[in-house]
Design a protein around this ligand. Structure first.
Ligand code: PLP
Length: 380
């Protein structure tokens, strides 16, 4: 069983690009990274000061398995203030990154052989986690021609009574698209557990941020601090759950993780206390980077064919340059020292795509896009 499981798990191809990039860096090559979906800016002073004071005052022991009440109250308040959604701290469990939130939610919902519906293109870990937990993946496709919006009529026909859950991710990794309000509202008619991964929530440059809880209040929400607050290494996420799942998932958490990292939980209280001006500056800066990336890609003949309105990704069809974007990504790295993520990570229909991230500095993005321009001119 174990060997079978290990051999069925796919590599995270972007990590293979990153590892090759690191080897080249060790040999002295200067590599520009646009492959990783990780904000490179330093975390806000408020986050650091809450973390320091938790360490200095010895608040660094296990918390309740549910997480600190003060943090859960702050999260509930955020959902009330930002979305008018009435949840209490008793519906929230703090987790070790949103990765653990995903594992806990899936573990609670599926047993061996249960199908879970994924919307392609998808976050690469989803199918692997479903497999690890014994479930089966069913892929529902979205298309660039539809701006990667879910075709709700087709989705309704696609889902059947055997499916145990549908995972949606809006804003999306890898497209940087948010589902529109019609789609979100349609999802409330579906008779299925919805797991809504909202980790990029708030990084919205055109429409206002959204949550599934506005439309279907018995959904399972995955969220976290890695992306919006640049806290990738602090490993902090959370679940907002229907009351019927709280006790069961609390027991899973007690046995699997005990509790989420406590210093990070205090730091997250700091994150939720950052003033609105600083948040607005950050959003504006991402918006500028997005505009810069999209217009530069257009200039070099890469038309995305859709509008990436959120998160920090652009997903580009590279079929006019190559049929296999994994080989293409390796070649781009080799020839011009630029890391990009191969589309195969995000689903079998996207083998000819690459994902570019604008989560780093404008300067880094500029250098990366210059390298891409050079690659297209010299090597295609
Ligand atoms: C869609 C999505 N969900 C979850 C995660 C995992 O994030 P975390 O750092 O909170 O575990 C990522 C990270 O890239 C992501 O893109």
């Amino acid at each position: 069983m174990n060997n079978y499981l290990l051999s069925s798990i796919k590599p995270f191809y972007v990590m293979e690009i990153l590892e090759k990039a690191q080897e080249l860096e060790k040999k002295g090559r200067k590599i520009t990274h646009l492959e990783i979906g990780e904000p490179t800016n330093k975390v806000h002073e408020m986050i650091r000061s809450y973390a320091k004071s938790s360490i200095n005052s010895g608040n660094d022991k296990y918390s309740s398995s549910l997480g600190l009440t003060s943090l859960r109250k702050k999260i509930a308040k955020k959902y009330r203030n930002d979305f008018g959604v009435n949840i209490s701290e008793n519906e929230i469990i703090i987790t070790t990154g949103s990765s653990a939130a995903l594992i806990l939610a899936l573990r609670a919902l599926i047993k061996t052989g249960d199908p879970v519906v994924l919307v392609e293109p998808y976050y690469p870990c989803y199918p692997q986690l479903i497999k690890i937990l014994g479930g089966k993946v069913r892929i529902f496709k979205t298309f660039v021609e539809d701006g990667y919006q879910i075709d709700t009529i087709k989705l309704k026909k696609f889902i059947n009574e055997k499916d145990k859950a549908l995972i949606i991710n809006s804003p999306s990794n890898p497209t940087g698209v948010s589902q529109n309000k019609d789609v979100m509202s349609f999802l409330s008619n579906l008779n299925i557990n919805i797991i809504s991964d909202e980790i990029y929530q708030g990084l919205n440059y055109i429409q206002s941020p959204d949550t599934i809880l506005k439309y279907k209040n018995d959904s399972i929400v995955i969220n976290g601090f890695s992306k919006f607050y640049s806290m990738t290494g602090w490993r902090l996420g959370y679940l907002v759950l229907p009351k019927r799942l709280i006790r069961g998932i609390q027991k899973l958490q007690q046995n699997m993780y005990i509790c989420a990292p406590v210093v990070s939980q205090y730091a997250a209280i700091g994150a939720l206390s950052i003033n609105n001006n600083d948040i607005a500056k950050m959003i504006n800066s991402y918006k500028r980077k997005r505009d810069f990336m999209v217009s530069n890609l257009n200039d070099m003949g890469i038309d995305l064919g859709y509008n990436p309105d959120s998160a920090f990704y652009a997903f580009a069809d590279m079929s006019k340059f190559s049929d296999d974007s994994l080989t293409l990504s390796m070649d781009i790295l080799d020839k011009v020292g630029l890391g990009v993520a191969p589309g195969i990570d995000f689903g079998p229909s996207f083998k000819k795509y690459i994902r570019l991230s604008y989560s780093s500095s404008l300067k880094n993005i500029q250098v990366g896009l210059d390298k891409m321009r050079e690659y297209i001119k010299e090597y295609t």
